[in-house]
Design a protein around this ligand. Structure first.
Ligand SMILES: [Zn+2]
Ligand SMILES: [Zn+2]
Length: 334
């Protein structure tokens, strides 16, 4: 523990803002939580008060069926917490509603990124570099081997597979919050106008994105259409549905998956994925290190993911850094 910044502390189940007695992304219910985004390992239910962006609160309401204690805060808005701590929510570019949280207290500035990425995403505003003293960063893909290719390349693989097999369909496994909607929005941006078919489990989250102004084009539910109608179409489902009985209703699907983990061949094989698409909502190694350089903090604290390599990189570049041992954050089904 460094001498300064004693007002903020990493505990096993979250980051504690001591003068305010608030927690950031706590992994167990607390009186007052600041939530960076809606993914399950960051946004848990059961808090007394939840402070988050309107989109994140809507996502949590969809998940937990309650809005109790919800306090919305817009991007760029600063709220005063107890104990004289100011919190400002800043776009993180990860998924709809995702925010970094800037905390200011006693003349010190701390930024907690939550999850983030630097490449453009049509479904959310871009990450903003925010100068600070302590930068608390994720490290999900914190190994040099992780270098995400341009998304247009991966979208091209998908549309080519479709064009080459007009009698089949391409079934893409994609995480239901964020990845599915980004994949669809990127397809639309690439000029794909045909209806896209959805597994029933994706419908409500896609509608929520549309309610927040993200245009996803014509979406249809697989359950409401005949097999033959889906020939030559793209079908999106949660990763868990890729190889289950449900997919038998589809016309000879080519199995694809959109995930940063598709860089790892073994993971693609485990899921029996024929067409791995390396599309990630997290910063890759280059983005993580570039962001630390651009933010240029006095100290970098590393939360969940591959902490060791990023810690080593900081040391090699004469940057003060430490890895936090937080519990309850899994490898996101990115
Ligand atoms: Zn996330
Ligand atoms: Zn995460």
């Amino acid at each position: 523990m460094s001498a300064g910044f004693s007002w903020i502390r990493a505990e096993p189940h979250g980051i504690h803002i001591r003068p305010a007695d608030c927690w950031i992304d706590p992994s167990r219910p607390v009186e007052r939580a600041l939530v960076t985004h809606g993914h399950a390992d960051h946004a848990r239910g059961g808090h007394g008060q939840t402070i988050a962006t309107p989109a994140t609160l809507a996502i949590m309401e969809l998940r937990y069926q309650t809005r109790e204690g919800a306090t919305p805060v817009a991007y760029g808005e600063t709220i005063r917490l107890p104990g004289g701590v100011d919190a400002t929510y800043i776009p993180a570019g990860h998924v709809l509603g995702s925010a970094q949280i800037l905390l200011e207290h006693a003349g010190e500035r701390v930024v907690v990124t939550g999850d983030y990425k630097r490449v453009p995403d049509p479904t959310c505003p871009p990450f903003e570099v925010t100068p600070c003293d302590v930068f608390i960063t994720e490290a999900t893909f914190g190994l040099p081997v992780f270098c995400h290719p341009p998304v247009a390349e991966e979208i091209g693989k998908l549309t080519h597979a479709l064009a080459d097999h007009p009698e089949r369909c391409v079934l893409v496994g994609a995480y239901a919050l964020g990845k599915a909607q980004r994949l669809i929005a990127e397809l639309r941006a690439a000029g794909h106008r045909d209806p896209i078919y959805l597994h029933g489990a994706m419908e409500r989250m896609c509608r929520l994105y549309e309610d927040f102004g993200v245009d996803l084009g014509e979406l249809r539910l697989v359950s409401e259409h005949k097999k033959d109608e889906m020939r030559g179409a793209i079908v999106v489902c949660p990763p868990s549905a890729l190889n289950d009985r449900w997919s038998r209703r589809l016309p000879d699907p080519i199995t694809a998956m959109a995930s940063g983990w598709m860089r790892v061949r073994q993971r693609a094989r485990q899921r029996m994925v024929e067409l791995p698409l390396v599309i990630s909502d997290h910063a890759d190694w280059g983005e993580l290190t570039r962001t630390i350089e651009e933010v240029d903090p006095a100290e970098t604290w590393i939360t969940h993911g591959r902490e060791e390599a990023l810690l080593r990189w900081c040391q090699l570049h004469q940057r003060r850094a430490r890895a936090l041992a937080l519990v309850g954050y899994e490898d996101e089904d990115d």
